[in-house]
Design a protein around this ligand. Structure first.
Ligand SMILES: Nc1ncnc2c1ncn2[C@@H]1O[C@H](COP(=O)(O)OP(=O)(O)O)[C@@H](O)[C@H]1O
Ligand SMILES: Nc1ccn([C@@H]2O[C@H](COP(=O)(O)O)[C@@H](O)[C@H]2O)c(=O)n1
Length: 211
């Protein structure tokens, strides 16, 4: 029997991925669940000045160090701890420090582009897509990025029009077809979150019975 299961939660920026992830995490015993954000695996850009880092297209698959993400997911599956990078949205770069992540039975991986890459998809036991209309997503993103990511209204709008929206249409939206479960409006869809949790609890019970 597997050491762990990995649940992938994809969806556009502002769709409610982190909210779904937190709601699901709260239903699982604390010592059995860990969260991996694809955002933590943005490529290291220390060699570039801030003025260049601001201009990076953070919604294109090239922006992510998926090689490291895949390596870490495989290590966790193998019961090995990892040093997860920590991302700084204000500086547009990885921090120098990392966070020790101990392998747990349930791993929740969340991020905009986790379903676009076949090698990541193949590591996922449950694939979820949080499906929220673009007008709702941009409003949520404006509020969040100004409050939590040190952005101005103008910068959020410019970034949305130049890179976020085109990459969403090119990469994120088409990846919905790979999902096992599509959650409309994300966030607080209790029925959908309970259904995923039922599958998680069945796995944990089976694992306990096998020990
Ligand atoms: N169902 C919802 N109703 C209202 N606000 C929500 C809902 N889901 C998420 N939010 C808010 O929208 C913002 C973006 O949600 P978040 O879960 O961080 O999205 P994502 O991780 O997909 O970018 C957050 O400030 C969050 O509190
Ligand atoms: N330096 C960065 C890195 C990423 N972004 C944006 O974050 C979005 C993904 O995070 P969500 O929590 O919204 O899913 C993505 O759309 C990037 O545009 C950024 O603005 N700056």
């Amino acid at each position: 029997m597997k050491n762990s299961i990995i649940i992938g939660i994809a969806g556009g920026s502002g769709s409610g991925k982190s909210t779904v992830t937190d709601e699901l995490k709260n239903l699982i015993e604390e010592d059995k669940v860990t969260i991996i954000e694809q955002d933590s695996y943005y490529k290291d850009q220390s060699s570039l000045p801030y003025e260049q880092r601001v201009k990076t297209n953070y919604d294109h698959p090239f922006a992510f160090d998926n090689e490291l993400l895949i390596k870490h997911l495989k290590m966790l599956k193998n019961n090995e701890p990892i040093e997860k990078p920590i991302y700084d949205f204000e500086k547009h770069n990885r921090k120098e420090e990392t966070k020790l992540i101990i392998p747990k039975e349930v791993i929740i991986l969340e991020g905009i582009l986790i379903l676009t890459e076949e090698e990541i998809r193949n590591l996922l036991d449950i694939k979820v897509f949080v499906d929220t209309d673009s007008d709702v997503r941009i409003i949520r993103r404006i509020l969040r990025d100004i409050k939590e990511r040190g952005r101005s209204l103008e910068s959020v709008i410019l970034q949305y029009m130049s890179t976020v929206r085109p990459a969403h249409l090119q990469f994120v939206e088409p990846s919905k077809k790979y999902a096992d479960v599509i959650i409309p409006e994300g966030g607080y869809n209790k029925v959908a979150i309970d259904l995923i949790n039922t599958k998680v609890q069945a796995f944990l019970k089976e694992k306990e019975n096998n020990n």
